[in-house]
Ligand binder design. Sequence first.
Ligand SMILES: [Fe+2]
Length: 233
Amino acid sequence: MSGNVLNEFCDEFAALCMSDQPEEKKILLGQNSLEQLLQEHSVTGEMLEKVLSNNLVLSSRLFAIDPNDITLYREPAGLFFVRILIWEAGKKYPVHDHGAWGVVGCLLNDIQETKYDRLDDQSVPNYAVLQVRSQAVLKPGETSFVLATDAGIHNMEAVDKLAISIHAYSTPVRKGFIQCYLPEKNRVEKMFPLSKRKQILAARALNSLSQVHANEGYKRILDKLDDEIKREL
Ligand SMILES: [Fe+2]
């Protein structure tokens, strides 16, 4: 039964992503579909059981950029993703944006969501000024939405008990990273999947070694890096 509910949701969300309706309409319909999926707790329970019973899953792409994120379904062509996010009680999670619009639904226990406006003109690297636009508590069964990039900067966290949410994100307009914000320090930085983060860190370290020791071998390795990593040196 639970698989059917997930299949139904995925069929509806795929149709939405491919339709030419206005984004606001897609989001509204996506939230309606997600509300049905939220009625079926066993979809999430089954995925959590898989994570606990199969170590192979741990090394797969089921884990995206957010450390508290487990991919429930990935449309084979990358048209959309359905994700479970687990919010531990008392833990702070970063303010961030998304590469796509998406719908968000609370499955278990209350979740506080804070949405932000970005006020600066983005001309200064790693600098951002945010202002709280709204705050709300999502209760089990309730849904919200995010917009792509600057229009969807938000933060979520459990109100008082471990909470679970289900998220479905449409086709990304920006791939490979999200941006995380430290509003109190007016800072913004890119956040990559863990494997990419390690490569970037290694490249930065090798670059520093290369500069200090003028090592031609290191320079040759750095020259061959792909552009995505070179941009982050
Ligand atoms: Fe988010």
